[in-house]
Structure formats: structure tokens, C-alpha cells
Design a protein around this ligand. Structure first.
Ligand SMILES: Nc1nc2c(ncn2[C@@H]2O[C@H](COP(=O)(O)OP(=O)(O)OP(=O)(O)O)[C@@H](O)[C@H]2O)c(=O)[nH]1
Ligand SMILES: [Mg+2]
Ligand SMILES: [Zn+2]
Length: 317
């Protein structure tokens, strides 16, 4: 069986068994399978090939499907474990320029700890992240107060927060203006409106979204695989399935604070070079928390992650 051709392509859709790969030189799209032996060097993941990967595709003469034979080394990725205790990791997307972490203050409420865990994973690869608070059309007075606190806390932490409504199309021009020329991934809990936002940003798109009738506004995992779409011929956006738990992968306990931008900024003032920012005297991080230079909820997330018995980096200390 003669190989008729071979090319490096971009994975734009990954279902777990089939992968859609585009050859960016010819704009040809081809469905591919993976050759059995592809293994990543370092990480054990449930998904060997992910959206955003550049892969080598081999096509046998006469076939209309390809075989992925190799993954080009990734520039970065967002990786998580589905729970703190699970051993296997899952990569959300690879080779990305920026992340939009979509959250909701209410209906459903995204937890601060989830946000902070996600931000740690993005910081580990220095992937710029913008927090998008969606569904602002639904917020009552309590939720609006909470939103103001949220914005203050994350401004202190060094993150931009965009308030949007996919439904009312509030601030979508602003969000859209950030997408040009970049590969962007939308991630977050199920039901926060990632697919609805993409549909609003790209009117030709018709992604499946959750039913309004969902009484408790809990996510129902409507999107089941990741997919990348062109944005105005000038960028790509990736819709991803909603995620619940966020177990951190490959961050050592004693380095965790490096990935909290706000804690890291103050840590150089600590008395002890190996300060863990928990019990030590002369800790500049704790002092900054007391003086409200670091949001208490960020520090609380740091302590919770440190304390997490299941976290892998504990064993590495
Ligand atoms: N009121 C209001 N509802 C919204 C908004 N954005 C999304 N929704 C609704 O929220 C529900 C969930 O939206 P989806 O876009 O399916 O959420 P998702 O984040 O893609 O969820 P998964 O695919 O499960 O991860 C749907 O009923 C949407 O209509 C918004 O800005 N305002
Ligand atoms: Mg979705
Ligand atoms: Zn300290």
C-alpha cells in the first residue's frame, strides 16, 4: 500500500476516536484515526491527540481517511485531572495563544476555587487568561454585588474581567475584538454559556446549547467534544465541553505560589527564602492579605490546594 501523501495539519475537532485535521496550505479537511502507538513522553492523558495539536497525517492512496502518525511538540496546553484523586489527566487544548475562562456569578455559580485552580494551570504555561463573566442579564441585586467583589478580587490578582451577556449581546464587540489573529479557547463549567457565546460571536455557527428549561441552571454537559472554528478568517476559537473538577497536574507543592501571580509578587519580601506562606513569621504574602493587597479568597484557594491530600505534587516534596 503506497503512501500517496503526508502533511502537517491542525487538529480542529477531537471526538476521542476520530479527529478532523485541516491542511492549512490547501484548506483540505480530512477525518483521521490515530496510529496505535502514539504515546506522549511525559504525561499520561486520557486524550492523546487534542484540538490545537499539529500532527503528521499520512494518507494511503485511494483512502479518504488519514492516519495521525506523529504529534509535533506542543508549545503549551491546559491540563487537568477530572478530580483531585484521579490519576489520569486530560488536556483541554494545545498550542493556544489565550484562554477565556467563562464563569457565572449565578445560575449556575462558578466557585472561586475552581477559577483559581484553572488560573494555576494556565499560569503554569504562561497562557494569558481573561475571565469572562457571562449572563449579566440575569443577575439580581445580590449577584451584582457579588460581581463587583469578584471584579475587585481578580483585578488585584492581575486579571482582566469582561462582563458579558450572550443573550443580550452586551460587550460582545469588545470580546470579539480580542479574538483577531489568535487561537483562543473558551473553557469553564458546564452551563455557563460557552457555546451560546460562540454562536453569538459567529452568527453562521449553530452549536448545540443547553435548554432554557433546565430549572436549576446546572450544566447538563451539552457540548461533548472540543472543536475549533475560524474567526473572521483571522483567528480561531475553540469551544470545549464544560468541566467540573479541576485537579492540578505537575505543579510541585513548594512552587504552587509561583502560579498565583498576586502571591508571587509579594513572596520576594518574605523573610525565609523557602517560605510556604502558611505559618512562617515575616511572611510578606500573609501581610499583603491582611492589608487587603491580595484578595482573601485567592489566599484561601492557595491554602485549599496546598492542603489537598490528593494533589500529586504533595508526594514530590
Ligand atoms: N439569560 C442568559 N442565558 C444564557 C446566556 N448565555 C447562555 N445562556 C443559557 O445558558 C444555558 C447554557 O448555555 P450553553 O451555551 O449550552 O452552556 P455551555 O457553557 O456551552 O455548556 P456545556 O456545553 O455543557 O459546557 C442555555 O440555556 C443558554 O441559553 C446569557 O448571557 N444570558
Ligand atoms: Mg457548550
Ligand atoms: Zn511567605
Amino acid at each position: 500500500m503506497a503512501l500517496s501523501r503526508e502533511f502537517i495539519g491542525l487538529v480542529i475537532k477531537a471526538t476521542g476516536s476520530w479527529y478532523t485535521v485541516v491542511n492549512r496550505e490547501t484548506a483540505e479537511t480530512i477525518e483521521c484515526k490515530i496510529r496505535g502507538k502514539i504515546r506522549l513522553k511525559d504525561v499520561k492523558t486520557t486524550n492523546p491527540v487534542v484540538v490545537g495539536d499539529l500532527v503528521n497525517v499520512e494518507v494511503v492512496e485511494g483512502d479518504d481517511v488519514g492516519v495521525i502518525s506523529k504529534i509535533v511538540d506542543r508549545k503549551n496546553y491546559i491540563i487537568r485531572r477530572s478530580s483531585n484523586l484521579s490519576k489520569e489527566a486530560h488536556i483541554i487544548a494545545a498550542n493556544i495563544d489565550q484562554v477565556f475562562l467563562v464563569v457565572t456569578i449565578d445560575l449556575p455559580k462558578t466557585s472561586r476555587e475552581f477559577v483559581d485552580r484553572f488560573l494555576v494551570a494556565a499560569e503554569a504555561y504562561k497562557i494569558p487568561t481573561t475571565i469572562v463573566v457571562n449572563k449579566i442579564d440575569l443577575y439580581d441585586i445580590d449577584a451584582r454585588v457579588e460581581l463587583e467583589l469578584f471584579k475587585m478580587d481578580y483585578a488585584l490578582a492581575g486579571y482582566e474581567v469582561l462582563e458579558v451577556s450572550a443573550l443580550r449581546e452586551d460587550n460582545l464587540d469588545l470580546l470579539g475584538s480580542r479574538l483577531s489573529g489568535k487561537i483562543s479557547v473558551f473553557s469553564g463549567n458546564s452551563g455557563v454559556g460557552k457555546s451560546t457565546l460562540l454562536n453569538a460571536l459567529l452568527p453562521d455557527l449553530d452549536l448545540k446549547t443547553g435548554k432554557i428549561s433546565d430549572y436549576h441552571h446546572k450544566g447538563t454537559h451539552t457540548t461533548t467534544f472540543s472543536e475549533m472554528f475560524g474567526f473572521n478568517n483571522d483567528g480561531y476559537i475553540i469551544d470545549t465541553p464544560g468541566i467540573k473538577g479541576f485537579g492540578i497536574v505537575d505543579v510541585k507543592k513548594d512552587e504552587l505560589f509561583h502560579f498565583f501571580k498576586d502571591l508571587f509578587k509579594y513572596a520576594e519580601g518574605c523573610k525565609f527564602y523557602n517560605c510556604t506562606h502558611t505559618h512562617e513569621p515575616g511572611c510578606a504574602v500573609k501581610e499583603a492579605v491582611t492589608n487587603e493587597k491580595i484578595a482573601f479568597s485567592r489566599y484561601e484557594s492557595y491554602l485549599k490546594i496546598l492542603d489537598d491530600e490528593g494533589e500529586k505534587y504533595r508526594a514530590k516534596m
